[in-house]
Design a protein around this ligand. Structure first.
Ligand SMILES: Cc1cc2nc3c(=O)[nH]c(=O)nc-3n(C[C@H](O)[C@H](O)[C@H](O)COP(=O)(O)OP(=O)(O)OC[C@H]3O[C@@H](n4cnc5c(N)ncnc54)[C@H](O)[C@@H]3O)c2cc1C
Length: 433
């Protein structure tokens, strides 16, 4: 099995944009070239704004090209907790999440003709035990009440592998190759007129409120406004409010290609993306080359400056155990590779955007493991705010006036205890596995 420090979906681009060389100026500087930062810069350029995008490595280097590729219309986090915790906000967050998918489908994939193997299969929160089935039924009710297009069904109705009991289908969205999505977005932003500098990390920023000077290893950028779209790397920059996010390492594993008839024989006829209803979910999806990619199940926290790293072998072994339990008829399928990436978890478990005390600096964190659609959508809403002073209703759903955040819930012992509780529940409720 190959342990990769990048992603299993694509090779890194070979036509990197040159790093910044010397001093320059612009109206808006966007920091971070994930799908969030690229979509922000693209919209700003589209609206005639002089914009610079600074990316530490290359556009798509971060979580954006490493994820499971499930373009999901559901909010991150458990709706059973989020709905009572944020009773007024939750329906708005649900709309934000579904609109984000619509935005990616129409305004990015179709408009820029991005070929990324997108399949509109929807995604299912799938139950691996009867307890999880009850949870899925409750979640379907909560989501429907909040205005989502959610549908509860058994495994046959939803075309799920027959080791699942059923689940909640979120029909909005589907699955794509996130690496190809990033390459397509990267091409669009480069062609948009935005000035893109790769291998150009922000090292520090001086800001007097009416203009900022960003220092990089090989030059400086003077910008009237700045958008920080660095996701899990946000804390280490010290620009956004303190503790806006907790960086968490998430691992992915991929099998060798499988005869499609064998996949269908498991009961997985819908090809929908799957996330289990465990407390720490596992995601499963069929790729265009008919392998199965799966991930999460265990999480590892990051601190300080986030390193490039590979998956932890113990986590990979545990993910493979989970795969074998869900697909007993595919025991012989070889595992080909593993990779992972840093995601940002916010204390509220909701996407967060806002301005720092000096109001010319905006930040946007839409991850919580669900940012593939939400990060580019949120970036675009921020671009509209900067370019036209347009404060969209969906921006209101995630906007924060806070200047600091309390410590998040994510702590290593809690993450390990949650994993142990999930495995214990599996053993009690599925003794044959
Ligand atoms: C394994 C995995 C599976 C996932 N699965 C899914 C999924 O199926 N569906 C879903 O919706 N979401 C999923 N996610 C989450 C999703 O990938 C993210 O929410 C989304 O990509 C966030 O995009 P972003 O642009 O905010 O961040 P990123 O893609 O992380 O981009 C941040 C960028 O900032 C750059 N940067 C950092 N520091 C600096 C600096 N000092 N100067 C300049 N640039 C800097 C980085 O190099 C990076 O390119 C998953 C994530 C992972 C890791």
């Amino acid at each position: 099995m190959t342990y990769s420090t990048f992603t299993g979906w694509i090779e890194p681009p070979t036509d990197l944009r040159p790093p910044l060389d010397g001093d320059t100026a612009c109206e808006v500087a966007v920091i971070g070239g994930g799908v969030g930062g690229m979509a922000t810069a693209l919209r700003l350029a589209d609206r005639g704004i002089d914009v610079i995008l600074l990316e530490a490595e290359f556009c798509g280097y971060g979580a954006s090209s490493r994820n499971a590729g499930q373009l999901t219309g559901a909010p991150a986090g458990d709706p059973q907790i989020l709905s009572p915790l944020y009773p007024r906000r939750f329906p708005k967050v649900v709309r934000f999440a579904e609109d984000a998918v619509d935005f990616v489908e129409k305004d990015l994939l179709q408009r820029f003709d991005i070929a990324c193997d997108y399949e509109q299969t929807g995604n299912v929160g799938a139950a691996f035990s009867k307890g999880q089935l009850r949870k899925a039924r409750r979640i379907a009710k909560i989501l429907t009440k909040a205005g989502a297009h959610a549908k509860f069904g058994d495994n046959v109705e939803l075309g799920l592998p027959d080791t699942f009991y059923g689940g909640v289908l979120e029909p909005v969205g589907g699955q794509l190759n996130p690496g190809k999505f990033c390459l397509g977005l990267r091409k669009a932003v480069i062609e948009s007129g935005a000035r893109v500098y790769e291998r150009t990390p922000l090292q520090s920023m001086d800001n007097n409120g009416s203009g900022a000077v960003i220092s990089t290893p090989s030059g400086r950028v003077r910008a009237k406004n700045v958008v920080v779209a660095t996701n899990a790397y946000t804390n280490e920059l010290g620009i956004a409010p303190k503790r806006t996010e907790t960086p968490i390492w998430v691992s992915m594993v991929e099998t060798a290609p499988i005869d499609p008839a064998r996949i269908t024989a498991t009961g997985w006829t819908s090809r929908s993306g799957i996330v289990t209803e465990h407390n720490l979910l596992t995601s499963y999806r069929i790729t265009p080359r008919n392998s199965i990619a799966f991930g999460v199940r265990q999480l590892r926290m990051g601190r300080g400056s986030l390193p490039a790293r590979t998956s932890d072998p113990a986590v990979v072994a545990d993910l493979i155990d989970g795969f074998r339990a869900v697909f007993p008829s595919l025991q012989d399928v070889p595992i080909e590779r593993t990779w992972g990436g840093w995601i940002a978890m916010t204390p509220s478990w909701l996407p967060v955007a806002g301005q720092t005390k000096q109001e010319n600096v905006y930040y946007s964190i839409a991850c919580n493991g669900h940012g593939l659609a939400q990060a580019p959508y949120l970036g675009t809403l921020i671009a509209d705010l900067i370019a036209g002073n347009e404060f969209h209703d969906n921006l209101d759903a995630v906007w924060s006036e806070r200047r600091w955040f309390g410590p998040g819930l994510f702590k290593e012992p809690l993450l390990r205890a949650t994993w142990a509780a999930d495995r214990l529940a599996d053993r009690v409720t599925r003794p044959n596995h």
